[in-house]
Design a protein around this ligand. Structure first.
Ligand code: HSE
Length: 431
């Protein structure tokens, strides 16, 4: 195995890129001892050369054109941290792989949308494509699924995969403040982006789940077949009622295989408050894996931020330095299945529903009739206070019901004149 330094080109010098520079500067000796060779920064590249980044980059060669690194004989591997499903990130990764140059990336959007094509390319060209930093930052979940749990049949994964959403839901629970107020505060603190839609609409979590599902079940990543619901419609009232009922609300990414068929989805759910994953709060991420021989495993850690994300990138560089080249999604690309999907309409779950209704006789009878007509059986019903003629919240939980029936009931409930807003319907995930 080579003992020559591994010379890398870093493209993208935001939080993660500068974090990688700092780790390599701080732990150069440690990494060399662990891999038998040094990892050297051969070149760096970003859109803006003049931006202050808190690290001295003048000692590194600056590449104005990131694509020039592809054919650069002095660069052994490229670290793509530019981001985005298409554009320069996609061009760079494809060009590197075509040239047989290894790539390390944190780009979940690119892999969720084009992962199969890139895995094929990586394999044909014998160029490693590594992406530990794409999912759950500091939690080594890609390596855990691909390597650590490789002996197991993985049955299901449940993940808190977006720190921004988990932070917002935690703050809402702890302060009783509503979504909009907490989001604004999170933006001021830098926990949420100025345009937070990728996070709060569940897209970021869905990109990550798409990769975990492909790895766990050995299928082609398929973002187009991943139903996503974000957290905009969850109110502080829902969180408080869920608490009274013994639950916490979490934005969960869930992937499951039943009889060879796959289900993957991202949505806010009620989780029993005494489950460990319910206690994962704030910006932390978690992945709970159900496997046959290793049994259940729960991984918790920081999902984002300079240190955790850069640590994940450097762990991939360590793999490269050691000469590892593993299949991108844990199987040779030709063996990655075209997934067959579970019909979500037929999936049976318990549900939580909160309706804001006018406090007047007969409203419950109307609601009950709709539930009866959609074969929904009520498990508990809660109305707090009395305010004749004014809106009040009614909260119910159901016995196990088919998703299609519950969605039909929710639609019919929304059209009731006595409801002043759409009901908030959430699944209860009992694992
Ligand atoms: N924006 C993500 C989060 C981190 O809030 O968890 C990067 O994927």
């Amino acid at each position: 195995m080579s003992t020559a330094p591994l010379r890398i080109g870093i493209v993208g010098l935001g939080t993660v890129g500068t974090g990688v520079v700092k780790i390599l500067e701080n732990h150069g000796g440690l990494i060399a001892a662990r891999t038998g060779r040094r990892i050297e920064i051969g070149a760096v590249s970003a859109r803006d050369k003049t931006k202050a980044r808190g690290v001295d980059l003048t000692r590194y060669r600056w590449a104005d054109d990131p694509l020039s690194l592809v054919q650069d004989q002095k660069i052994d591997a490229v670290v793509e941290l530019a981001g985005g499903a298409d554009g320069i990130a996609g061009q760079l990764v494809r060009a590197c792989l075509k040239a047989g140059k290894p790539v390390v990336t944190a780009n979940k959007a690119l892999l969720a949308r084009h992962g199969f094509e890139l895995a094929q390319l990586a394999e044909t060209q014998k160029a490693p494509l590594l992406y530990e930093a794409a999912v759950a930052g500091g939690i080594p979940i890609i390596k855990a699924l691909r390597e650590g749990l490789a002996a197991n049949d993985i049955r299901a994964l449940y993940g808190i995969l977006n720190g921004t959403c988990n932070y917002i839901l935690t703050e809402m629970r702890e302060t009783g403040k509503d979504f909009g107020v907490v989001l604004k505060a999170a933006q001021t603190l830098g926990y949420a982006e100025a345009d937070p839609s990728f996070d709060i609409d569940g897209i970021d979590a869905a990109h990550k789940l798409c990769l975990l599902s492909a790895l766990a079940f050995g299928h082609r990543p398929d973002f187009e077949h991943l139903p996503v619901t974000g957290i905009r419609h969850v109110s502080a009232k829902d969180i408080a009622f869920a608490g009274e009922l013994g639950y916490r609300i979490k934005l969960l990414g869930i992937a499951r295989r039943v009889d060879g068929r796959i289900m993957q989805r991202v949505e806010p759910c009620l989780v029993p408050a005494d489950k460990e994953i319910a206690g994962v709060e704030g910006v932390f991420n978690a992945v709970f894996a159900e496997t046959d021989f290793a049994d259940d495993s729960l991984f918790i850690g920081r999902g984002a931020g300079e240190g955790p994300a850069a640590s994940a990138v450097v762990s991939d560089l360590v793999d490269l330095a050691r000469g590892h080249n593993l299949p991108v999604f844990g199987l040779p690309a030709a063996q990655l299945a075209v997934p067959e999907w579970i019909d979500d309409g037929a999936v049976v779950s318990e549900y939580y529903a909160r309706m804001v209704v006018l406090d007047k006789p007969g409203v419950l009878a109307d609601i009950s009739a709709i539930l009866r007509d959609h074969s929904i059986s009520v498990e508990s019903l809660l109305q707090r206070g009395r305010d004749p003629g004014k809106p009040v919240s009614i909260v119910m939980t159901t016995h196990p019901a088919r998703h299609a029936d519950m969605m039909g009931a929710a639609q019919a409930l929304a059209s009731l004149k006595s409801l002043s807003q759409k009901p908030c319907v959430l699944r209860i995930e009992t694992f």
